[in-house]
Design a binder for this molecule. Structure first.
Ligand SMILES: [Zn+2]
Length: 258
């Protein structure tokens, strides 16, 4: 098995891993680069593989930095299945066309500026219509079920507790009579938070590919959050600032909640 790290390395967006195993080529996530202009320009660059040569995509969750280049993949010849939790499929049906709409709006604005400088117009990365078309590739799955993708490739989705449908993917590949297990965590949630379940504990793996966005940071305890939030609201009201200052103050202080 060979894994090529094409995104979400040394930065937190553009999640994209190319896996070659059991005679198949597939992706785990195909996310959009987001953040600085320099990063976002990478979305326009050619993929470092041929989309039509891919057999399938495994998608950890619907956030655009994990799913946002799937319409581009489809436009460039990918016709395989996108395996994802059923809630991820439902969310992508809303979020990807919305992302396409944003691409159309942004390019209209950029082209106005380019026109003034005498530069040629650029097309959007993809349109809302392109995004709606690629949804037919999505294959909805449940948590906790082992799915046979091919005779030698099996997967299981486990609740990652990060957002609705988010999945830790267990991947079993059998080559030369030997089976190996690789785990892709996707983005991980926290324990004991309202609305979402805690991330599933995975017992074992031969290889683990894990997100580490908050790896060097301690989150505040959940039971302290409500009290801290109440204090910020009370403090802000006590200061009786005008509404503009209140918003700035609240935003600054609530950064710790994210
Ligand atoms: Zn995420």
């Amino acid at each position: 098995m060979k894994i090529t790290f094409l995104g979400a390395t040394r930065t937190v967006t553009g999640s994209n891993f190319l896996v070659e195993a059991c005679g198949k080529k597939f992706l785990v996530d195909c996310g959009m680069w987001q953040g600085s202009q320099e990063l976002e320009e990478q979305n326009q660059e050619e993929f470092e593989f041929v989309p039509s040569e891919l057999d399938f995509v495994l998608l950890t969750h619907a956030h655009i930095d994990h799913s946002g280049r799937i319409p581009k993949l489809y436009n460039e010849g990918f016709t395989g299945k996108v395996y994802a939790h059923k809630a991820t499929c439902d969310l992508c049906a809303l979020m990807l066309p919305d992302s396409g709409h944003i691409q159309e709006m942004e390019i209209t604005w950029r082209n106005k500026k380019r026109k003034r400088k005498g530069k040629p117009e650029l097309p959007p990365l993809y349109t809302a219509e392109d995004a709606a078309r690629c949804l037919k590739l999505f294959e909805p799955l449940n948590y906790d079920e082992i799915i046979e993708i091919t005779e030698d490739i099996h997967i299981r989705l486990n609740d990652a507790g990060h957002m609705l449908g988010s999945s830790i993917i267990e991947l079993w590949t059998k080559e030369d009579g030997k089976e190996q297990k690789t785990v892709f965590t996707g983005d991980l949630g926290n324990n004991d938070i309202p609305l979402l379940d805690s991330p599933t504990m995975i017992e074992d793996a031969d290889y683990l590919i894990m997100e580490s966005t908050y790896g060097s940071r301690l989150h505040i305890r959940n039971d302290e959050k409500a009290e801290l939030f109440l204090n910020i609201v009370s403090e802000t009201l006590d200061k009786r600032w005008n509404s503009c200052n209140t918003i700035i103050c609240s935003r600054k202080n609530t950064r710790n909640f994210i």
